[in-house]
Structure formats: structure tokens, C-alpha cells
Ligand binder design. Structure first.
Ligand SMILES: Cc1ncc(COP(=O)(O)O)c(C=O)c1O
Length: 454
């Protein structure tokens, strides 16, 4: 079973820290972080009045809400596998819940679901409401990443990005037109020595990076989970050099390492001299459903508000339908059962990882090098091609491997500025053992051919 979810919390602040309430960064602190475009966003005059409908005794003629009597869906039931007993439990939405789920709702998320998620942050990260952060729900974490990046980065700004890194974040960074400083790492996480050097040698006439984007658990694509020591160093550097930590953490619940689970940045920052430098992105895509699009942002109030304003002016709100279903599901379970569920999910992927590792040994020993991931769903391996580290997997994976019947991603797609790399990313989440066996055998054939050894 993976390490306990709730992290060690509540230890008295080390080194005579002030009480937490005095360490929370004030709203003005973010003035120089929020982009011009974000500051200029205006409120949607209809959406911003929606909560007035809840005033007792109010007769609302406000919004263009459709009449649910016209909707064809009349009931909704589903079954839920109980994580503790493994029994299939029938769940039905009440008439009111169904009606609610089919109607517009607030841009931030429906209150009962937000409340459940705030409770989850306390359960998993020891962060309590009222500590200077707020939570917003989005259509997957991608939705919130996009909006938070545009709230914080614009032309002329700099950002540090772990590299190689999740390629899905490149389009919005490109849209933000910011300068990216790529930071490599090792099996312990970000290279903090290089980070310090970069920051200490930063040109005097240029603003230091506003943020550092990192995927601290089971990084996509490298599979690396950052150690607690590295995380603490990054937090220290953030304070010293005044940047925010953008913690994109969809693999948090997919940790199956043998070492104790490191706390998140969000958890660790409460014991720092300043609190409010972490923008945390959570996703339930990997543990509940990717199709329901459940992501949430836990960030300083000012940043959360900026994201909310973006939502109001773009997609109005995340879907009420999936919020009601997710809330029903999660509140039926409660936190303890949710914890059991994510343990099971992590165990499942640990088994998949072990299968994949065994088959990597069988087929690719001597042809590739890799480290074993301890979270997430990816193997990141270096092909031993001519040219060693300078080798390039791109053409081989794009053409020869595909022709040989195997599809994976060449490492170059995860480099923010492109370039050659001998690395390849393979996902181990979905395939049954027999197909992994066959896929890696095919890759072996392709590699042997490329090396002239077939
Ligand atoms: C690092 C990282 N961030 C964000 C996402 C997007 O997740 P979501 O489904 O919540 O939008 C992914 C999906 O694979 C990911 O790997």
C-alpha cells in the first residue's frame, strides 16, 4: 500500500516563525504578478449578479435560464464501486439535484462541491480555509492552467520551466509570449544548484522570473518525483528571488514509491516565513474520470479571483452536470473512502509499472537506459543510438517505430524549445501485459535494425 496520504502537518513552525496569519502575503503583493490583460478584464454583469438570486424572498427575473420542464432527462442513476467493500452501490440523483445539474451555476463551482474539495485540501495537504488561499473548480486542470498562466505571464515576463516537461502546457506559454528558461533535473527533481545559479546571475536590468512551472509527482514525461529536500530548496529560492511556484500536480494521488510520500509544495509552504507563493493545480482526471473534466485550483485569493473573472468572460462556468455527479459520488464516499480509492488506483499503476519494467528488462536491456518511475504513468527512456546523448529518437519513433507497429512519443516534443534528444516517453497506464510484451518486442526489432544489428 502506498504511503499515507495525509502529510505530517501541524508541527510547530521551525525557527521561531511568526503565527501563520502574519505570514500570509497581502493582496497588494500580487500587484506586480498579475498581467495587464488580466487586470483589465471586466466582470460579466449578469454572472456577477447571479448570487443575488439566493437572497431570501427575492423574485429573480435575471438570467436566461432555461425552464427545466422542457428538458427530456427525467432521472439519473448510476452505480458506484465502494472502495472499501468492493460492492456496487446504486446512486440516484434526487429530482432537485438533477434539475440543478442541468442548469447554469456560478463560475467558480457549485458551493457544496467547492466545500468538499476545500475539505480534501485539508485532508490531503493540511491546508485550512482562511489561510489566504481560495479554491476554484475548472473543466479539468488544463482549463485552470491556461487561465492562471494568462493571469500571471505576458510578453516580456520570464518563467522557469522544468524541462523536459508536459507538452500540453506549451500552447498557453506560447500564447503568453513569455521568455522561458528551461531547467533540467535528475532523479531527485529540479536541479536547484542550476536554479540558484540562474537566479543569482540574472541580468540586473531584467525582472526575475515570475514563476516556476513544475510537476512534482511522477513528472510527465520523466516520471520523477521531487524529494522533500529539493522542494524545500525551491521554496527557499522562491522567497529569496521573489517568484511563484506553479505546482501542476495531476499525479499526486498516483504515488507508489517506496520512500515516504513527500508533502506537496502547497503543504510545505505553511511552514515557510511567507505563505502565498504556491499556485496549486489538482486534477481528478487520473483517479475518477478524465472525461468528466474535474480540475481545481488552490491559489492566493487574488490569483483565484483573476482566474474566475477569465471563466466568467469565456466559458461562463465549468459544467454543472459533472460537478453534481462528482459531488454526489465523493460525498457518498467521504474522505476516508476516497483515500482507499486512490490507494487502490496507485496500487493498480504500481503493478502496471512493475510489469512494464520487467518487459523493458526483457526487450530493451543494452538498447536503452531508464530509471524506474515511482509515480504517474510514464516510462522515460533513452535509446542507445549512435551519437550517445546527442542521439535523436525523433525520426526513429515517428517513422520506423510506427511502421514497425509501435506508437510512442519522441522526447523532443517535451522540450520547450525543441532540439534533439535520444529519449522516448511510453505510457504504461492502459495496455495489458501481452500487448506491452509485443510492443516492446517490436521496438526492440526497430532498434536492432537502426543499430545495424538485426
Ligand atoms: C502534467 C499534466 N498537467 C495537466 C494535465 C491535464 O489534466 P486534466 O485532465 O485535468 O486537464 C495532464 C494530463 O495528462 C498532465 O500530465
Amino acid at each position: 500500500m502506498p504511503n499515507d496520504l495525509p502529510v505530517a502537518q501541524g508541527a510547530p513552525p521551525a525557527g521561531g516563525l511568526k503565527p501563520l496569519s502574519e505570514r500570509i502575503l497581502p493582496p497588494e503583493f500580487y500587484d506586480s504578478f498579475i498581467t495587464k490583460r488580466s487586470k483589465e478584464r471586466i466582470e460579466d454583469p449578469i454572472r456577477s449578479r447571479l448570487q443575488l438570486e439566493d437572497r431570501p424572498g427575492t423574485i429573480s427575473m435575471l438570467a436566461g435560464k432555461p425552464n427545466p420542464e422542457t428538458y427530456p432527462m427525467t432521472s439519473l442513476q448510476f452505480t458506484l464501486r465502494d472502495p472499501v467493500t468492493n460492492q456496487e452501490v446504486p446512486i440516484a440523483l434526487t429530482e432537485i439535484e438533477l434539475e440543478r445539474s442541468l442548469q447554469y451555476s456560478g463560475s467558480k463551482g457549485i458551493p457544496e462541491f467547492l466545500e468538499w474539495l476545500v475539505g480534501l485540501q485539508e485532508f490531503s495537504h493540511g491546508r485550512k480555509p482562511g489561510e489566504g488561499w481560495d479554491l476554484s473548480f475548472g473543466a479539468g486542470s488544463s482549463d485552470l492552467i491556461h487561465k492562471a498562466i494568462l493571469a500571471l505571464l505576458e510578453e516580456g515576463d520570464s518563467a522557469i520551466i522544468e524541462s523536459p516537461v508536459y507538452a500540453g502546457v506549451f500552447p498557453v506559454l506560447h500564447e503568453a509570449k513569455c521568455d522561458l528558461i528551461e531547467l533540467s533535473g535528475d532523479e531527485n527533481g529540479i536541479d536547484t544548484v542550476a536554479l540558484r545559479k540562474t537566479l543569482e546571475n540574472w541580468p540586473k536590468n531584467k525582472r526575475k522570473p515570475k514563476l516556476l512551472y513544475t510537476i512534482p509527482f511522477g513528472c510527465n514525461p520523466t516520471g520523477v518525483t521531487s524529494t522533500i529536500e529539493r522542494r524545500l530548496e525551491v521554496l527557499g529560492l522562491a522567497r529569496e528571488h521573489n517568484f511563484l511556484i506553479f505546482e501542476d500536480d495531476p499525479y499526486y494521488y498516483l504515488y507508489f514509491g517506496s520512500a515516504p510520500r513527500p508533502p506537496s509544495y502547497f503543504a510545505l509552504e505553511v511552514d515557510q516565513p511567507e505563505v502565498g507563493r504556491v499556485v496549486r493545480l489538482d486534477s481528478l482526471s487520473k483517479v475518477l474520470s478524465a472525461g468528466m473534466r474535474i480540475g481545481f485550483l488552490s491559489a492566493p485569493q487574488v490569483i483565484s479571483d483573476a482566474v474566475l473573472l477569465h471563466t466568467m468572460g469565456s466559458n461562463l462556468q465549468p459544467p454543472t452536470f459533472t460537478q453534481v455527479i462528482s459531488w454526489k459520488l465523493l460525498s457518498t464516499w467521504g474522505y476516508a473512502a476516497y483515500q482507499q480509492h486512490v490507494y487502490r488506483v496507485a496500487d493498480f499503476y504500481r503493478t502496471k509499472r512493475d510489469e512494464f519494467a520487467r518487459l523493458m528488462d526483457k526487450h530493451l536491456t543494452g538498447l536503452a537506459e531508464w530509471t524506474i518511475p515511482e509515480a504517474g504513468m510514464f516510462f522515460w527512456f533513452k535509446l542507445l543510438l549512435d551519437g550517445g546523448d546527442e542521439g535523436d529518437s525523433e525520426a526513429l519513433i515517428r517513422k520506423e517505430a510506427l511502421e514497425g507497429g509501435i506508437l510512442a512519443l519522441p522526447g523532443t516534443v517535451f522540450l520547450p524549445s525543441g532540439g534533439k534528444t535520444a529519449y522516448v516517453r511510453a505510457s504504461f497506464s492502459l495496455l495489458p501485459e501481452t500487448m506491452v510484451d509485443e510492443g516492446l518486442r517490436r521496438l526492440r526489432v526497430v532498434l536492432l535494425k537502426a543499430r545495424g544489428e538485426a
